[in-house]
Write a protein that binds this ligand. Structure first.
Ligand code: ADP
Length: 484
């Protein structure tokens, strides 16, 4: 089945290298499947090392000219790219729902969120200020200038096919870097549509390239290349570790947004209804497939039963179905492997004594659908406590005092996001400061915005995206010492 698009040129089944729509050298392709139906949506080139090298060389060739433009010139192009994205909202949303599965409402929200990074970094481009330093000797004048790092490789995941790309391409291009991007195999069409819009916005050939194909080969080529000066990656911790290791030989700058295992704490002075709404928003967005989704819900004794009952009622009322239907809250999971992981966490938990108080998992559902499921009586001995579930399964663990809650929350190698619902102001500060994560949401289940720094500590990654910090990741500082 074809996607319904008003601008069919957004649907590209070729990679984009040096301003050219390009096939693999040997003509090989792979299929992209709609997770809601299992139907093949189209195919894209299965590229390898040779094509990736050509993309790197194209970026290298375009790098100096792009960096030499004024910040305003680059900003104007990024703003046009933003405007074209916003104009194409409906087509991009249809495309994301088709290849990723999220409800159209969420897909439209993602287009706005994704475009916001282009606008923000168009604005930031002109605020890349250097520094002058009082000299250490009377005849010395010291200054620091900021320059683009050079060619950037970006590897992006399938869960936010547009936003995870613009969050990298926006600051990279704003800073004056050229980029080679490799989108996830499940969702390449959104990235290719963005390339089409970039070209229409006036991004010069070679400045923004998209290669599709074998992740291992493309990843190895990008990381081993001395011409690639920076790697920015969003995806699993396992692949992040591998890419970090591969980048060591060429001492690349790296930014990594890796897995999370977000604790969602509810303390006994919390507004329980607000906490339930926050948990629903955090846990079930994109069917639980975001790296900041609540993975472990931790609730204090005194309000535990009340919270579980209310959460079960709300989660049980969420509607499961194809993202194309207006009523849908929860679309399909991305693929069979994702379904199996969520099922294994469910089976492990119930085998160890957790009780299903809402939802029935995958039972009675087709394809990769999984009903929002709430587990009472969950404990730290269960698999979900160690690993990110990445699906609509909400295990609720009981804790007694504040310090135990925080200790449970921090008992993980990950440190991306945490949530706490708590009202006493002293407690708010103590808890927010004690939580080991790059992001803390207090009394809210939603915090993502282009204006704030997003990123993790511990094994959730390196660097920050968005905010002013986001552009610094693509800049090098150069100290100039002048004798007068
Ligand atoms: P997930 O488990 O969510 O799919 P991955 O880390 O596997 O997360 O995928 C995120 C991105 O990393 C995707 O674009 C994927 O193609 C890419 N990827 C997976 N394996 C490798 C690899 N060995 N080298 C480079 N990129 C990879």
């Amino acid at each position: 089945k074809r996607m319904k698009l008003s601008n069919q040129s957004l649907f590209q089944q070729k990679a984009y290298i040096n301003g050219q729509w390009t096939d693999a050298d040997d003509g090989a392709t792979f299929d992209v499947v709609n997770p809601a139906t299992g139907a093949v949506l189209g195919r894209v080139p299965r590229m390898g090392a040779a094509e990736t090298d050509r993309a790197i060389q194209a970026a290298k060739g375009a790098q100096a000219g792009w960096a030499a433009k004024t910040a305003k010139e680059r900003a104007d192009i990024l703003m046009r790219w933003h405007d074209l994205m916003v104009e194409a909202t409906e087509d991009l949303a249809q495309m994301m729902t088709a290849e990723q599965g999220k409800p159209l409402r969420e897909a439209r929200g993602e287009v706005a969120y994704a475009a916001s990074f282009l606008r923000w970094f168009a604005e930031e481009a002109r605020r890349v200020y250097g520094q002058t330093i009082p000299g250490h000797q009377a005849d010395k004048r010291l200054m620091v200038i900021k320059q683009p790092v050079g060619v950037v490789a970006a590897i992006t995941p399938w869960n936010f096919p547009a936003a995870m790309l613009t969050r990298k391409a926006g600051p990279a291009l704003a800073a004056g870097c050229a980029m080679v991007a490799k989108p996830a195999e499940d969702t390449p069409f959104t990235a290719l549509a963005l390339a089409q819009l970039a070209e229409a916005a006036g991004v010069p050939a070679g400045v923004f390239n998209v290669v599709t194909g074998e992740p291992e080969t493309i990843g190895a080529t990008l990381t081993h290349s001395g011409d690639v000066r920076k790697l920015t990656f969003t995806g699993s911790t396992q692949v992040g570790r591998l890419l970090m290791r591969q980048s060591a030989d060429t001492v690349k700058k790296i930014s990594l947004e890796l897995g999370g295992n977000a604790p969602f704490l509810v303390f006994d002075d919390a507004d329980v209804d607000a906490a339930v709404d926050g948990a629903i928003a955090s846990k079930f967005r994109n069917a639980g497939q975001t790296c900041v989704c609540a993975n472990r819900v931790l609730v204090q004794d005194r309000i535990y039963d009340q919270f579980v009952e209310k959460l079960a009622a709300k989660a049980g009322a969420l509607r499961v179905g194809p993202g194309t239907e207006d009523a849908t809250d929860i679309g399909p999971l991305i693929n069979q492997a994702a379904l199996e992981k969520v099922q294994s966490h469910l089976h492990d938990a119930t085998a160890k004594g957790a009780e299903m108080v809402a939802g029935r998992g995958h039972d009675g559902l087709e394809g990769t659908y999984f009903a929002p499921t709430v587990l009472a009586g969950a404990t730290r001995e269960m698999q979900f406590f160690r690993e990110e579930t990445f699906g609509p399964l909400a295990p609720v663990v009981r804790f007694s005092d504040d310090m135990e809650g925080v200790a449970l929350a921090n008992d993980t190698e990950f440190g991306l996001a945490s949530y706490a619902f708590v009202r006493d102001l002293g407690r708010v500060y103590r808890i927010a400061e004690a939580l080991e994560s790059g992001i803390v949401g207090i009394n809210t289940g939603l915090f993502s915005t282009e204006v704030a720094p997003f990123g993790g500590i511990k094994q959730s990654g390196l660097g920050r995206e968005g905010a002013h910090q986001g552009i610094e990741e693509y800049l090098e500082e150069k100290y100039i010492c002048l004798q007068i």
